[in-house]
Design a protein around this ligand. Structure first.
Ligand code: SAH
Ligand code: SF4
Length: 392
């Protein structure tokens, strides 16, 4: 990375055309759904009940067809299907790793693609979702950060990832059957592609739907948002979403963090720690997860480990050590295993949980930081072939 490398790339703004045809109900807040139902001719005194009914059909039962909403009159079902649709992004492919990790490629409007990863563990199932196509930030160790094309996902595209995964896992309750208490998909992490705090409103609206008790009903304690450190948005995240927070810390000096996470030039370690100190109180949550990618000879020394525990003193924290996941052309190497363990030991002895994240789904390129859309990869390799041909 050179000194002139940009901290961010431009966001591709897709002109927001007036929606053609019927409005998609997925992704609307309860208030927005209410307004839409009123505009379509629902009597004012019925509208609250109608929103509750339709909300439950969509988000509790996973129904996609108005004809299946059996507690609504035929006429009302007709009104709904004349005016609205229930539309999810399209699942284009699904890969299952030898370790059970599933990677979904999801196509959104405009033909862009994002990746979604489901990670089953003994006590939970975690879905890693994306908030943007690509990322405007350019962290030097992250594959997503090298992707040029970027746009924000809309709320329906974000909540749609959770719904598609529930479809694939067969997790919607069976009508008439016993109440299904199993939760194959019990946790959501915003750790896929994109910087969620740079798409704040859409991420918040989508998470409100995922947390709503009448629908998917995941508790805010089971949702973790990972940020590279967009300081002004951290307090908003506490107040308006209230989920768990993870932060991509990755370095213990500004000099190194500027290189790894260039947004550090805008909000440095001191500013970031200031915002993190306030987070547990504002969000009434427990610990903050400090993510720390282990890069050989860059940020993995004993001195780094000691600096790290000094810096975070006073913040309820757990430190998640992530062995670097290599990708083709990456400018770093993964730290040796013995080095990672020595680092973890120092952190642990200072009183912090220091789990080492086991790379999952490596055989299907599903590991953290390896996500990049297949179209982008294909475009790149096409370019390489063309360049090769041009050279003769
Ligand atoms: N943009 C957000 C969330 C997505 S990245 C953020 O940066 O926090 C999720 C996590 O994976 C972050 O901690 C990120 O730094 C880390 N990561 C990115 N590339 C990685 C790689 N190649 N190996 C290991 N972790 C990586
Ligand atoms: Fe974006 Fe996060 Fe990757 Fe940085 S680590 S480029 S913020 S996705």
């Amino acid at each position: 990375m050179t000194a002139t490398a940009p901290i961010t790339q431009d966001l591709v703004t897709i002109p927001r055309k007036a929606p053609e045809g019927p409005l998609n109900l997925v992704g609307l807040s309860r208030d927005a759904m209410r307004d839409a139902f009123l505009a379509a001719g629902t009597p004012e005194k019925q509208v609250k009940m109608r929103v509750n009914q339709v909300w439950q059909w969509i988000y509790y039962w996973g129904v996609r067809d108005f004809a299946d909403m059996t507690n609504l009159s035929k006429d009302y079902r007709q009104l709904l299907s004349d005016n609205f649709v229930i539309r999810l992004p399209e699942m284009v492919s699904r890969n299952v790793s030898a370790d059970g990790t599933r990677k979904y490629l999801v196509r959104i409007a405009g033909g862009h693609e994002v990746e979604v990863v489901y990670i089953p563990e003994s006590d939970r199932g975690t879905l890693c979702i994306s908030s943007q196509v690509g990322c405007t930030l350019t962290c030097s160790f992250c594959h997503t950060g090298t992707q040029k094309l970027v746009r924000n996902l809309t709320p329906d595209e974000i909540v749609g990832q959770v719904m598609l995964a529930r479809d694939d896992l067969g997790e919607w309750p069976e009508r008439g059957g016993p109440k299904n208490e199993t939760r194959l998909l019990s946790n959501v992490v915003l750790m896929g592609m994109g910087e969620p705090l740079y798409n704040f409103d859409n991420v918040r609206d989508a998470m409100k739907i995922v947390m709503d008790g009448e629908g998917i009903a995941l508790s805010r304690r089971r949702i973790t948002l990972s940020t590279s450190g967009i300081v002004p948005e951290i307090a908003r995240c506490a107040e308006e979403i209230g989920c768990q927070l993870a932060v991509s810390f990755h370095a213990t000096t500004d000099e190194v963090r500027n290189k790894l996470v260039p947004i550090n030039k805008k909000w440095n370690i001191e500013a970031l720690l200031g915002a993190l100190k306030e987070y547990p109180r504002l969000s009434n949550s427990e610990r903050i997860t400090f993510e720390y990618v282990m890069l050989k000879d860059v940020n993995d020394s004993d001195a780094d480990a000691r600096r790290l525990v000094n810096l975070i003193k006073g913040i309820p924290a757990k430190i998640n050590l992530i062995p670097f996941n290599e990708w083709p052309g990456a400018p770093y190497e993964r730290s040796d295993w013995s080095r990672i363990e020595a680092f973890a030991d120092i952190v642990y002895k200072a009183g912090y949980a220091s789990p080492i994240r086991t790379p999952r789904g490596e055989d299907i390129m599903a590991a953290c930081g390896q996500l990049k859309s297949a179209t982008e990869r294909a475009r790149k390799s096409r370019k390489a072939i063309e360049a090769e041909a041009a050279r003769g």
